[in-house]
Design a protein around this ligand. Structure first.
Ligand code: KG4
Ligand code: ZN
Length: 335
């Protein structure tokens, strides 16, 4: 069985071919660089770039997989959440392709895709597990009892973790997205130089908040004349990153303990963060926790994860018809 998967929810045009055992035959991603000068994604430009990129990206994915279109058994596509204009390009393309090939169409929630990115490298992950999903638009802690039976334990009440990284990155004059540059700078700094707040850490719930931390960091920057050429910038990044990582780490561990679950899947672009990976890995080694973290290429947006999330749906014949419409509605959800 082979699935052609398509992902266009934000600013990456991606297509992948994956088989029923989670073996990845190709995964091609075209990252848009037209947004760089704006310091953030311009939705209208993103849709236009997807229109330009989708056909060559799908073509290349099929060629690399040495797979004829006629050998595809289903077309999977990310349908929500995301930028509506961006999603429309992928969904319209997938619908047209599925109709012309007379093959089933599988709708995938992008957040579910991030979680299932873990199955590409660990196809035998068992339920139940808890997933911490941290991306540019989402921060969610979800308990999975099966692929269809899941419960959101908590989520951000304002900004997502990635959003906080990106906004502070922009303030520091880093290129977009700021997460990877803050990560790199933090490695050279001391994380106890600035005592940034740990929002909602002591509240008895699994929700997060990052907008106050972002404000605290930007006020600190305004008050203190941080020398961009000295260690001050690295200390700032290390202290800021540590505040985010500490809240994510402590609340996730609390969720594992309170639900007696010992399997943890990290997911989303912020799961590429080196400090986050390190603290969770260290904890898992010392405690009875099985941790799964996708390699960096599967943390950020890609079509392979959409294909991976489509496999169980294909096996359950959970297909969608051509009336499928994309939606920008946030969060993990059943489709
Ligand atoms: O999952 P993703 O590719 O797109 C969304 O669905 O949002 O996540 C993108 C986010 C951005 O906010 C980016 O700054 C963040 O992931 N990110 C990182 C790192 N690499 C990517 N954040 C912190 N450290 C990193 N190394
Ligand atoms: Zn994403």
């Amino acid at each position: 069985m082979r699935i052609l998967a398509i992902e266009t929810s934000c600013d990456d045009t991606s297509a992948a071919v994956i088989n029923g055992s989670y073996k990845l035959l190709s995964n091609i991603t075209l990252s848009q660089n037209v947004h760089e000068v704006f310091g953030g994604i311009v939705p209208e430009l993103a849709s236009r770039e997807h229109i330009r990129g989708i056909l060559p990206v799908v073509d290349t994915a099929l060629k690399e997989a040495e797979c004829e279109l006629s050998a595809i058994d289903a077309v999977a596509v990310a349908v929500n959440p995301g930028l509506i204009g961006s999603l429309l390009v992928g969904v319209s393309f997938a619908k047209g392709l599925a109709a012309s090939l007379n093959k089933p169409l599988i709708a995938v929630n992008h957040i579910m895709g991030h979680v299932f990115a873990n199955f590409i490298e660990h196809p035998a992950v068992e339920f139940p597990f808890i997933s911490l999903i941290v991306s540019g638009g989402h921060t969610e802690l979800v308990l999975f009892r099966s692929v269809t039976d899941f419960q959101v334990l908590g989520r951000t009440v304002d900004d997502a973790a990635g959003e906080a990284f990106d906004k502070i990155g922009k303030l520091l004059g880093f290129s977009y997205p700021g997460g990877p540059e803050i990560d790199a700078s933090a490695k050279k700094g001391k994380n106890n130089k600035i005592d940034f707040p740990r929002p909602m850490l002591h509240q008895d719930n699994f929700d997060f908040s990052f907008s106050g931390l972002k404000t605290a960091a930007s006020l600190y920057r305004k008050k203190h004349d941080i020398d961009q050429e000295s260690n001050e910038i690295h200390d700032f990044c290390a202290s800021f990153q540590t505040a985010i990582v500490e809240v994510l780490f402590k609340k996730t561990i609390r969720a594992l303990k309170s639900h007696s679950v010992n399997r943890l899947l990290l997911a989303g672009g912020v799961a590429a963060n080196s400090q986050l990976r390190e603290v969770f890995t260290r904890y898992a080694q010392k405690n009875d926790v099985n941790i799964f973290i996708p390699s960096i290429q599967f943390c950020t947006d890609n079509a392979a994860m959409i294909g991976a999330a489509a496999i169980m749906k294909y096996k359950d014949k959970n297909f969608t018809d051509l009336h499928l419409n994309p939606s920008p509605k946030k969060g993990i959800r059943r489709i």
